[in-house]
Write a protein that binds this ligand. Structure first.
Ligand code: GSH
Length: 215
């Protein structure tokens, strides 16, 4: 039995984020898929592990972490891999990585989620998107991407000169948005476009996408 486990639902962006982080760091773990529709995550023993009843949950012996970004942050510090080191030892540099992780969480993610809901989830359920919502959320996302374009004019990645969690945290939303007309917002910005191509072509991310497609 694997010592480390990730409990999640592979089609969910939060689980994809945690999976990407673990795979990037070449951490050995077992992925335990839970059935969201059956509400497995709202029952024991999972409620004890994640009292708010959300996935993903990471367990390594006594260490239990819920929330995809806390898992991602923890993995990059605890399972340091010299080959794929995603943190800066200089605290000031690491502060920049933290800033862009928060930018994704508080500025990129809200419009991204609304657009994915309108253009991916509704479509899956045979419902038309609300065009007004799409237009206003696209405008919000475009404003955030203008800031990214400026930042990426000064460094190859958001957190600095190497791939870090600040980049990785965007991958699940990119996976869905790049399959929608919103893709043009990324393509219209040259630095953002190059950055997207670089981060989505990482081997660890390809494994996550494979798991999602197999589902
Ligand atoms: N901000 C949380 C969001 C977690 C989240 O929404 N997870 C989904 C599945 S990946 C979930 O648990 N949904 C079921 C629910 O909230 O009841 C994170 O990043 O971990």
């Amino acid at each position: 039995m694997a010592a480390r486990k990730l409990y999640g639902a592979v089609e969910c962006r939060a689980t994809m984020r945690a999976l990407a982080s673990l795979l990037e760091h070449e951490v050995e773990f077992e992925f335990v898929a839970l059935d969201l529709n059956a509400g497995e995550h709202k029952k024991e023993p999972f409620l004890t592990l994640s009292p708010l009843g959300t996935l993903p949950i990471f367990q390594d012996g006594d260490l239990i972490i819920f929330g995809s970004r806390p898992i991602m942050r923890c993995v990059s510090h605890v399972y340091l891999n010299p080959k794929t080191n995603q943190i800066y030892m200089a605290p000031k540099m690491q502060g920049i990585v933290s800033t862009w992780i928060d930018v994704e969480d508080h500025h990129f993610d809200p419009p991204a989620l609304k657009l994915i809901s309108e253009l991916v989830y509704k479509l899956k359920n045979g419902l038309p998107p609300d065009e007004m919502t799409v237009a206003s959320e696209e405008a919000k996302l475009a404003g955030v991407l203008d800031v990214y374009e400026e930042k990426l004019s000064n460094s190859e990645f958001l957190g600095g000169d190497k791939f870090t969690s600040a980049d990785l945290t965007h991958l699940p939303s990119l996976h869905y948005l790049m399959r929608t007309p919103v893709k043009r917002l990324f393509q219209e910005r040259p630095k953002v476009s190059t950055w997207c191509a670089a981060i989505t072509s990482r081997p660890a991310w390809a494994k996550v996408v494979e798991m999602v497609m197999e589902k």
